[in-house]
Design a protein. Structure first.
Length: 99
């Protein structure tokens, strides 16, 4: 069981108790990620927070854990620049200037 719990979620305590019972009374393997002080749905509302990036990475890691697989790195979004992308843009700009 993979659980992500927000520290300011009204159901936080229930989620923590649920995880505890599954793990200790039923022997079910669990993975628990807690996001202290953050409300439920923060990842949708506060998209630029470092905690949102961590939440999304934890989600992928948690799904990989459930499937017992290694996490694969995702390619960058189109609007994110990479060193390779920057080099290709610089090269294209140089070619255009030469014409």
């Amino acid at each position: 069981m993979f659980l992500q719990v927000c520290g300011s979620d009204p159901l936080r305590d229930e989620a923590l108790i649920y995880e505890y019972i599954l793990r200790n009374e039923y022997g079910i393997p669990t993975r628990l990620e807690i996001y202290p002080g953050l409300p439920h749905g923060f990842w949708i509302i506060y998209t630029k927070l470092k905690a949102t990036k961590k939440f999304l990475e934890d989600t992928v890691d948690g799904m990989a854990w459930l499937l017992k697989r290694e996490r694969k790195e995702l390619p960058p979004k189109e609007d994110e620049t990479t060193e390779e992308g920057d080099a290709a843009k610089d090269e294209a700009a140089g070619d255009a200037a030469a014409e």
